[in-house]
Design a protein around this ligand. Structure first.
Ligand SMILES: [Zn+2]
Length: 327
């Protein structure tokens, strides 16, 4: 592995490429800045003959980009591959902020769902707060955010749009919930589904409360993914055991739906004991959660509450920063 450092002291802490099968290669890089590790999402190369497409770019800072440049130089040089499309599953920085530079490097068309194209270019209001107290991480995060806002999109996608990769047909499947325009990519001939963050190896998906996320839309998207009859999932992140692929899509979807139903039931059981708040529910439901996951866990409580309120199963009253909840 080549050691790269940037002026802010950011450096590669992990970089790997892996050939999955005759059509698929995975690249991954994680960069550390200050006290924070910034993992890029899985960067998938789908290829057939000499044509290729990339699903998700990764982070757009110099160090991540340089690692990706070296990977693509080796891959395209070795196999004479021509990457025509960089397609994004959604606008989040770890998937999309590297797109502008990667698209330019490969001279490829950049594609993303039209809703997430707007979100890709919408400044994130808490940039300075995310890594407060860690100036190197904050500076690194800002370069990633700016790369994201500057990324040019060539092709806004709608549900059902397709692109070709050699003899393969890739179909955009709109699967909102994690973001408004989240899109999975289905390879018609091989029945492989690129799932973005909707199904991840070794973990379940965090859904922000509205307006950023939508729990009911996410549930509907999981059903939609199940109905495709994919034989394998290529997830946006592969944490945990069992390798980078998800080999039993039905079991994965069933597991995600079961976890969501269990959380919703847990909230209903607590709320039926008497009036409460989002904060009290969070404390009751996520006792051992690590500090780095508190924000995401609290968001889960609110996204469940918003869905249950929409269904008429609870009543939520917003009181300043607090949500008051009753049955
Ligand atoms: Zn995401």
């Amino acid at each position: 592995m080549r050691r790269m450092t940037s002026p802010t002291g950011a450096r590669v802490v992990e970089s790997s490429s892996q050939r999955i099968d005759e059509h698929l290669v995975l690249f991954n890089v994680a960069v550390r800045a200050g006290r924070v590790t910034f993992p890029s999402a899985n960067c998938w190369v789908l290829h057939d003959g000499i044509e290729a497409a990339v699903i998700d770019a990764g982070n757009g800072d110099d160090v991540s980009h340089e690692a990706r440049r070296a990977f693509f130089a080796a891959l395209t040089g070795m196999h004479g591959l021509r990457v025509r499309t960089v397609a994004l599953t959604h606008h989040h920085f770890d998937h999309a902020s590297g797109t502008g530079r990667l698209g330019a490097l490969l001279d490829a068309e950049v594609a993303i769902n039209a809703l997430d194209e707007v979100l890709l270019h919408t400044p994130f209001d808490r940039e300075d707060l995310v890594f407060a107290g860690d100036p190197e991480a904050t500076a690194h995060f800002r370069t990633i955010a700016e790369a994201s806002y500057a990324a040019q999109v060539d092709r806004p996608l709608l549900d059902g749009d397709t692109f070709r990769v050699g003899g393969l047909t890739v179909r955009a499947v709109h699967t909102p919930g994690h973001t408004a325009g989240h899109t999975c990519y289905f390879v018609e001939e091989t029945r492989l589904l690129f799932t973005g963050d909707n199904a991840q190896g070794g973990t379940s998906t965090a859904i922000d409360p509205p307006p950023r996320g939508d729990m009911q839309a996410f549930i509907d998207s999981l059903e939609r993914m199940r109905a495709l009859g994919a034989t394998r999932f290529a997830p946006g992140h592969s944490r945990g055991e069992g390798g980078p692929m998800i080999d039993d899509p039905d079991a994965k979807i069933a597991d995600l739906l079961t976890r969501i139903a269990a959380r919703a039931q847990q909230i209903l059981d607590l709320v039926r004991r008497g009036p409460t708040t989002d904060e009290a529910l969070f404390r009751a439901m996520y006792t051992g959660v690590s500090p780095s996951l508190r924000g995401a866990a609290f968001g889960q409580v609110r996204s469940h509450l918003a869905r249950l309120a929409d269904r008429g199963e609870v009543t939520v009253e917003v009181d300043g920063n607090m949500w008051r909840v009753r049955a």
